[in-house]
Design a protein around this ligand. Structure first.
Ligand code: CO
Length: 213
């Protein structure tokens, strides 16, 4: 067995020991219930771990990750996570966190077929098409890539706001704000894109849902 693998369980034992040293009741308390104030929708990329980069502990962040932090409105996995976190856990914040240098976004800018993933990446290509003029206007390829990462995150925040789940929560007066962030792989810093949505007013009219009484 390779060294990396065998160390995982050793690391886990050390994690338990270290945690219990600080708080002997930590796991006992955590096992009872969870009240995370935050749902994190991030990229699967191994370099963007939700808890570490936000300094949060077990119990504080409900997490959904996929390639390029997408909010695809037919994705039952994402919808289930969103519904549970909004309607059962009553999270107050949802952060869509993309990152510069995202392989999924890079692939969406090109034409190379990679495999089944092409069909996932197509959703990102749709974002490019929606913002084609703005993106094509950026001459430098690196800058265009960065811009595309940002635009994609903003679009996913709006896609979250379009869901019946989020609009239903707003309609019920629930305290829920959506945010868009981009993480810098080479700096460790997050850029807040300041798309903070807490109502459906900023959506195009056709997406604004009205609910039966
Ligand atoms: Co990525």
């Amino acid at each position: 067995m390779d060294n990396f693998y065998t160390k995982l369980l050793d690391n886990n034992r050390k994690f338990v020991e270290d945690t219990l040293k600080l708080d002997p009741e930590f796991f006992k308390d955590l096992a009872k219930e969870q009240h995370p104030p935050l749902l994190w929708i991030g990229c699967s990329d191994s370099r963007v771990p939700a808890n570490q980069i936000t300094g949060t502990r077990p119990g504080e962040v409900f997490v959904h990750r996929n390639i390029a932090n997408m909010v695809v409105h037919t994705d039952m996995n994402m919808l289930s996570v969103l519904d549970y976190s909004v309607n059962v856990l009553k999270v107050k914040h949802v952060i869509v966190c993309g990152h510069y240098g995202c392989g999924g976004v890079k692939a969406a800018m090109g034409n190379q077929s990679i495999g089944i993933i092409d069909n996932w990446i197509r959703h990102i290509k749709d974002v490019y098409r929606q913002h084609q003029d703005e993106l094509d206007a950026v001459q430098n390829e690196e800058e265009r890539f960065n811009k595309f990462v940002e635009v994609n995150v903003k679009e996913q925040v709006f896609d979250l706001a379009k869901t019946s789940i989020v609009q239903g929560a707003w309609r019920n007066g629930q305290d829920l704000t959506l945010h868009g962030w981009v993480y810098g792989l080479n700096s460790g810093y997050v850029t807040d894109l300041e798309v903070d949505l807490d109502s459906n007013k900023d959506l195009d009219n056709v997406y604004q849902l009205q609910f039966k009484k």
